[in-house]
Design a protein around this ligand. Structure first.
Ligand code: HEC
Length: 695
């Protein structure tokens, strides 16, 4: 019966797409809860379960050798580290600063493009430099957040704006994550606590009208000030006890900047919350509490937004160990009985299996190299911390780094193998607050400075760490297999019922591995970094794989030589949407060769060491995009190779103008002539150092 309805729908899809690309299928709770029908990929993690799993099997471990490029489409955007959707044969993609595209999945033809103008509207928020990682779909509409904090609803068939609403309540915030839609409500969070004294919250809006339904704050506000009926009670009864009375002045943080999971079986929504503002616990919370609900999974009633339970993965976080990573829903055997669980690998390096009904910890084990804690206590659910990890005795080097063992690049979960496929990083970082001004925190908004730690802008060497694709068995809390991948900035994963796991890499390769054994079955050379998140869907019975390629972006793209070694160049490499199918043989369009960028030789500029030193500190404003040590990882041009820096006038002119804002280069009209000169000498010094080393 069900099947016939679907076939009928598929037929109308075909006719209507030829006419107007208006989706005929209704994306609603039923479709988003349907794990079995793989034709659409209508939400960030495909279904409510956030499994990034496709039940399609046409492309499988036997046929994958025949997989080839069906089409590609180059787009005029900055950032391509995003997850597309596919509904009724149309691929929807939000890339760069929320420029939304609809593309015919069969031909690769662009159907419409909507520019939210968020780079232009973002003002200083553009300096945070993320761009958007995905979008949502519901009832004929596409939903996307913007760097300047709006939530937009677009008509899927035409790309026309249906409504927009400003979701931010204070300066310092921006949006980089994808919204989620359930029960006719669109849920959106925000980011910013790394750079500003902000307070995390999520807001649910009516999908039809954009009217606010409820808002939940993650951390307490000013004591005695009632500001939100939905969250006030939980914050007062539970969270406030874990903070000092003046801590609210720092904002607190707890941004829900990435993961949110709707649970259709329990009508709940789980929030993955971020780290504190500032990161330094001693500054944020001098009385040293756990600081709830930072770095936690928080369960809310999806209809009302009321608090139900929380589980904190990192009490008193001091290392940016967000819990803002995927929370995948599964039902797995625990002590012989099926249990509804959340599978969660936050940045702190442990893999957690959490009971969805009660919020109780079932188990937690180290997913990779973790030195900040020995283990998680099974009874209390708390980590057993190692010594001096709170840098109370000076700098400490810890695994994982502030990048996390697993960050936002999505994990996938195959119910067929029972394994979770997780892109992980084995990188350490030093934590220290030596020399930090401990009087009230004075952040530079939207700039990775003074999060209460000693900030550095030095290059990250090529061999700074490694990445490992881990196939983790949540039933045994052990790896089934592991593959060492290259670099430290690879993409998220897609698992399919065809016994495959797909992942794109910063070195320019896309791989398909056997989901059960990890055997490398298929490789495609994209000619440039591929760090988008793959999806799969079918049209007219044909299965497709779609993902994006293009220069690395976001924080992971800025990591100096460790990213720059792959030679993807922000200036010359295309931002490319690629789609694969069996027996397709379309050649890739010409792609400039990857090559490490050479600094420009400019012996006529005599570098002043004092100016350069001061410039190193000022460079904190540029590091997110132009890379530490002035070595661009791919997100933005390498300043050591820029002719604009050869004269003060041309450099100052560019920084103070808004000429490149639409391309993602923020306006810096607040820099003094002296600061600009310092920056120029710093970059030129770095250029000379590299040139001298090569000789
Ligand atoms: C949010 C990310 C971001 C930040 C932060 C940022 N930039 Fe940029 N910048 C870019 C991008 C992207 C471009 C390339 C725009 C284009 O495509 O033309 C760029 C271009 C430039 C250029 C032009 C290079 C050339 O040769 O054409 C200069 C110079 C520059 N940036 C300097 C700076 C300096 C100095 C800072 C810090 C004060 C800074 N930028 C901060 C993203 C950023």
């Amino acid at each position: 019966m069900r099947k016939n309805i679907w076939m009928g729908l598929a037929l109308c899809v075909w006719t209507s797409v030829t006419l107007a690309a208006a989706p005929a299928v209704t994306v609603d709770n039923k479709l988003l809860a349907d794990e079995a029908d793989g034709r659409n990929w209508a939400a960030y993690g495909r279904t409510f379960g956030e499994g990034h799993y496709s039940p399609l099997t046409q492309i499988n471990d036997k046929t994958v050798q025949r997989l080839g490029l069906a089409w590609s489409l180059d787009l005029d955007v900055t950032n391509m580290q995003t997850t597309p959707l596919a509904v009724d044969g149309v691929v929807y993609l939000a890339a760069g600063y929320s420029i939304v595209h609809a593309v015919d999945a069969r031909s690769g033809k662009l159907l419409w493009r909507y520019d939210s103008k968020s780079a232009e509207k973002a003002g200083k928020a553009l300096r945070a430099g993320w761009g958007v990682r995905g979008l949502a779909f519901w009832d004929g509409h596409v939903f996307v957040g913007t760097q300047d904090g709006r939530l937009l609803s677009l008509v899927a068939g035409t790309g026309k704006l249906a409504w927009e609403v400003q979701t931010l309540n204070q300066e310092g915030l921006f949006i980089s994550g994808a919204p989620r839609v359930f029960n006719g409500l669109v849920l959106i969070g925000n980011a910013g606590s790394d750079f500003a004294p902000v307070r995390g919250y999520v807001t649910a809006y009516d999908a039809k009208t954009g009217k606010q339904a409820w808002r939940f704050f993650v951390v307490p506000g000013k004591p005695g000030v009632a500001d939100n009926a939905v969250s006030d009670k939980a914050l007062a009864d539970i969270a406030a006890r874990t903070w000092g009375k003046d801590d609210w002045q720092h904002g607190g943080g707890g941004q829900v900047w990435n993961a949110m999971t709707y649970d259709p079986e329990l009508n709940r929504v789980y929030l993955g919350t971020g780290s504190g503002a500032p990161w330094n616990w001693k500054l944020r919370s001098p009385e040293k509490g756990d600081n709830l609900f930072l770095a936690s999974v928080v369960a809310l009633d999806a209809t009302t937004g009321q608090y139900l339970w929380h589980y904190q993965t990192t009490p008193g976080d001091a290392w940016d160990y967000d819990s803002a990573t995927d929370m995948t829903l599964a039902t797995i055997p625990v002590n012989g009985k099926p249990r509804k669980v959340i599978l969660h690998a936050p940045k702190n390096g442990f893999f957690y299996v959490i009971d969805r009904e009660s919020g109780k910890l079932i188990s937690a084990e180290k997913l990779g190299k973790v030195t900040w804690a020995d283990r998680v206590d099974a009874v209390t659910g708390r980590p057993v911390e190692s010594g001096n990890i709170r840098y109370e005795k000076g700098e400490v080097n810890l695994y994982p780094s502030f990048l996390g063992l697993h960050a936002w690049p999505p994990q996938s979960y195959s119910p067929r193998t029972g394994l979770v496929y997780i892109p992980t990083l084995e990188v350490a970082s030093g934590f220290s607050d030596e020399g930090v001004d401990k009087s009230p925190w004075k952040p530079l908004l939207y700039t990775p400075s003074y999060s209460g730690l000693t900030a550095g802008t030095t290059d990250v060497p090529e061999e700074a760490g490694k990445s490992i694709l881990v196939a983790w068995d949540p039933r045994t809390q052990k790896a089934a297999w592991k593959i060492e991948t290259r670099g430290i900035s690879n993409g998220g994963t897609l698992a399919t019922a065809g016994n495959l796991v797909f992942q794109g890499h910063a070195d320019g390769k896309v791989h398909a591995y056997a989901a059960d054994t990890g055997r490398d079955l298929w490789t495609f050379a994209a000619g440039q970094a591929v760090t988008g998140v793959p999806i799969s869907y079918s049209v007219d019975g044909k299965q497709y794989i779609t993902l994006t390629a293009g220069p690395l972006t976001g924080v992971a793209g800025g990591f100096g030589s460790v990213s720059a070694q792959w030679g993807t160049n922000a200036r010359i490499h295309p931002r490319r949407l690629m789609t694969f199918a069996l027996d397709a043989k379309t050649p890739l369009p010409a792609t400039p060769l990857t090559a490490r960028i050479k600094p420009l030789a400019a012996p006529q500029i005599k570098v002043d060491a004092k100016l350069a030193e001061a410039g190193g500190a000022a460079y904190i404003r540029c590091v997110t995009c132009h890379g530490p040590g002035a070595v661009a990882g791919g997100a933005a041009p390498d300043l050591r190779a820029s002719a604009l820096l050869l004269s003060h006038e041309s450099f100052a002119g560019l920084l103070r103008s808004n000429a490149l804002v639409s391309k993602g280069m923020p306006q810096f009209d607040d820099l003094s002539d002296q600061q600009i000169e310092q920056l120029r000498h710093y970059v030129r010094q770095k250029a000379n150092e590299t040139l001298a080393a090569k000789r």
